[in-house]
Design a protein around this ligand. Structure first.
Ligand SMILES: Nc1nc2c(ncn2[C@@H]2O[C@H](COP(=O)(O)OP(=O)(O)OP(=O)(O)O)[C@@H](O)[C@H]2O)c(=O)[nH]1
Ligand SMILES: [Zn+2]
Length: 338
């Protein structure tokens, strides 16, 4: 049987630790489901973290049939029933997905109508980009920013490898967007900027994206020294390697908060994005859109923003801000993946 075909009939029924509880099939409402955080997803198997009276344990779970095709992603809070005891042989069932505070989505490309949730309940989208080796990809960064704005996440730029090149040139291009950023570099055991990154991540749930070679793994390992061990429990159960490098995983920060590493995410298709949500992130420009024609895309000749900015109403930074806004608006129609 392929692992994809697992369903609840495959779960061995084990005696309930607490003894007194009725068996799950007699409790259709699952009112006693225990809430756990999904920290990794690997083809139908979910690694979750259950907090029980201050005691934390890793519980492997599968989706109950009654959830149908509903997607469960890293960061979801789910209701577990069945064998929630943890340990190598335990397999609980996920019977509920708690309402999400945020969902980061993407489509395969800009014309693909099928959007996929990547991660739920995060506060911050951290775009990791090298300043050199590999060269920064400004359009990819812009696409990430659009995805963050659309999902209501705060963006943060982490610019690595500052030892290779002066960041000033790159930053000039981003200054008008007023996106917070941290510049980092590692040389030997010295990791400049790491404390500042920690400060931005503290007590928050942040998802990290970045293309291959930018130093994201180096950063995650510095932030979460036990990163490997956190996913070790999966090994014992599946007999397979650690969760694959193509699936996202939530890792606890030692000082509070979580980082979600997304090795598979190298691009964002933005078909699902509502462009009207981007302008909201430009409060200096937004009032100027009142004079726009109905349905204005803000990237057309009749757009009122040109006059608004030319008359100085958006301040001295207005022209650069408008250029940046339009750059973001155009990322959606540009090809994805770079
Ligand atoms: N010069 C320099 N090299 C760095 C820095 N940070 C990371 N590197 C190097 O860049 C290379 C890529 O780093 P990784 O952390 O593996 O990059 P990644 O983003 O995880 O890439 P994938 O593993 O392909 O997803 C490694 O050889 C690192 O040693 C830095 O600040 N300066
Ligand atoms: Zn307009």
């Amino acid at each position: 049987m392929s692992r994809r075909d697992w369903d609840e009939d495959d779960v061995r029924v084990r005696p309930n630790r607490r003894g007194s509880r009725p068996r799950s099939k007699d409790r259709p409402a699952h009112s006693d489901a225990e809430i756990a955080l999904v920290t990794a997803v690997d083809r139908g198997r979910y690694t979750t973290l259950l907090e029980d009276d201050g005691d934390k344990r890793v519980v492997l779970a599968m989706k109950a049939r009654e959830l149908g095709r509903k997607g469960i992603v890293v960061g979801d809070r789910v209701g577990l029933v069945g064998d929630t005891g943890g340990g190598p042989d335990a397999l609980a069932r996920i019977v509920r997905i708690q309402p999400r505070t945020s969902v980061l989505r993407r489509t395969a490309d800009d014309t693909d109508p099928v959007e996929r949730a990547i991660v739920a309940n995060v506060d911050q989208l951290v775009v990791v980009s090298a300043l050199a080796d590999p060269e920064p990809r400004p359009r990819l960064i812009d696409r990430c920013l659009v995805a963050a704005y659309d999902a209501g996440l705060d963006p943060l730029l982490v610019l690595t490898k500052a030892d290779l090149v002066d960041p000033a040139g790159f930053l000039a291009n981003y200054a008008p967007l007023e996106v917070p950023y941290v510049v980092t570099s590692t040389e030997g055991s010295d990791f400049a900027g790491l404390e500042s990154v920690r400060g931005h991540l503290h007590d928050r749930v942040s998802v990290l994206v970045g293309h291959s070679g930018v130093g994201k793994s180096t950063l995650v390992n510095a932030l979460v020294p036990q990163a490997d061990r956190a996913t070790g429990a999966v090994n014992d159960v599946t007999g397979r390697g650690r969760h694959t490098s193509t699936s996202a995983a939530a890792l606890p920060l030692p000082d509070g908060g979580w980082v979600v590493d997304t090795p598979g995410i190298r691009s964002f298709g933005l078909a699902h994005v509502d462009l009207a949500r981007i302008i909201v992130h430009f409060p200096d420009l937004e009032p100027g859109t009142e004079e726009c024609p109905r349905g204005c895309t803000h990237d057309e000749v009749d757009c009122a923003l040109d006059d608004w900015v030319a008359s100085g109403k958006a301040g001295p930074a207005g022209p650069a801000r408008l250029d940046s806004l339009r750059r973001l608006l155009r990322t959606r129609s540009a090809q994805s993946g770079d």
